[in-house]
Write a protein that binds this ligand. Structure first.
Ligand code: SAH
Ligand code: AVI
Length: 342
């Protein structure tokens, strides 16, 4: 499903809606395939129903969850050089994939405004709740910035992005969300983003970096249990979407940092033998006691690995910014001419 709304200040100006029937059929078949593969999985995009988006926002404020505040400090520090590289006053559009509440993006918009630019902001997210928060936050903080909301799965519907209105585009993929994909999917997604940019436009990619395993582990195993709740909530989200009968209370949150694979793996592990009715997905799922469903990978990168992803997706790496503690990096890549990877 894709809904496209254009808003300036508070009121919606334009709305176009595509049928959601195809999207629902695609989701059911994706879930069927994922739940029956080895290991069993629920793709992490299903975290973000309204409750999941709220819980993610809570996670970003937890003392243990360092990526958001680390990236925010880095963005505040480096916003001016980033926006200058992206065209300064000629920057006409900032488009963000998986914008969430977009709380960090204001630093970049501010830098553009200070340089005399008048950029519009296009937020792409699968969560209507997250887009509403983006709109609310920006209408309050920067009412002069026109906001377009695109409710879409960016792995499938990027072709439906509004056309660029001339001038320079800066694409953002922040938060370390690139780490929720393996390399081939990450390169496919960034390559698709590249095909929507003109040669010379920029992509700013935020990535969580390899650091102390204990610090990473704590970020996904917080003492308040918010991440555990976020993890279990994916089952409620799937129940609502697909009519399945998962009981979240019968699953343990398990999120180890796997050192040699440089990644957190989030699992939901059955506390007892379970038979789950798969509703509109069809059939039943038999889970033995202690059998798990993987809900997310969250990778940590080296600088070289991030630059490799950019290069493979049609961007020439141009600048690298790193937090003083070495835990988070921002890479700027310039869209190379010629390459279209659709
Ligand atoms: N960029 C924000 C939010 C990161 S959370 C930050 O740095 O804090 C990941 C965001 O991506 C969520 O808002 C989620 O709804 C969105 N998202 C996840 N998978 C998506 C997909 N396939 N298509 C579009 N949005 C997606
Ligand atoms: C969105 N993404 C970058 C978050 C992460 O850290 O991988 C999602 C998350 N999962 C658990 N906590 C936060």
């Amino acid at each position: 499903m894709l809904r496209f709304e254009q808003t300036q200040g508070s009121g919606p100006a334009e709305t176009a809606t595509l049928s959601s029937r195809d999207a629902e059929a695609a989701a059911l078949s994706e879930l069927r395939e994922a739940l029956h593969r080895t290991p069993r999985e629920v793709p992490c995009k299903y975290f973000y129903d309204d409750r999941g988006s709220e819980l993610f926002e809570q996670i970003t404020r937890l003392p243990e969850y360092y990526p958001t505040r680390t990236e925010r400090a880095l963005l505040l520090d480096q916003a001016a050089p980033i926006v200058e590289a992206a065209g300064g006053a000629r920057l006409s559009e900032v488009v963000e994939l998986g914008s969430g509440a977009a709380s960090k993006t204001v630093a970049l918009l501010d830098a553009a405004l200070r340089l005399g630019g008048r950029p519009r902001y296009v937020a792409v997210d699968i969560s209507a709740h997250a887009l509403a928060r983006t709109q609310q936050l920006l209408a309050q903080a920067r009412p002069e910035v026109p906001v377009e909301q695109v409710l879409a799965d960016y792995t499938k519907e990027l072709r439906l992005l509004p056309a660029a209105g001339g001038g320079r585009r800066l694409a953002l993929f922040l938060g370390g969300t690139i780490g929720n994909d393996e390399d081939p999917d990450a390169i496919r997604l960034l390559g698709q983003m590249r095909s929507h940019l003109a040669p010379g436009d920029l992509l700013l990619l935020g990535a969580s970096l390899v650091t102390d395993p204990a610090v990473i582990h704590a970020a996904y195993n917080d003492s308040a249990g918010v991440t555990a709740e976020f993890n279990r909530n994916i089952l409620r989200s799937v129940n609502a979407l697909a009519g399945t009968s998962f009981d979240p209370a019968r699953f343990e949150h398990y999120a180890p940092y796997v050192v040699d694979r440089q990644r957190i793996e989030m699992w939901l592990v059955a506390r007892e033998d379970l038979t789950v009715d798969l509703g509109r997905i069809g059939g039943q799922l038999e889970l033995r006691r202690w059998e798990g469903i993987r809900t997310e990978i969250s990778r940590r990168f080296t600088r070289e690995q991030v630059l490799y992803l950019l290069d493979e997706s049609g961007f020439s790496p141009e600048r690298w910014f790193e937090s003083p503690d070495g835990r988070f990096g921002l890479a700027l890549g310039r869209a190379r001419p010629g390459l279209r990877r659709l």
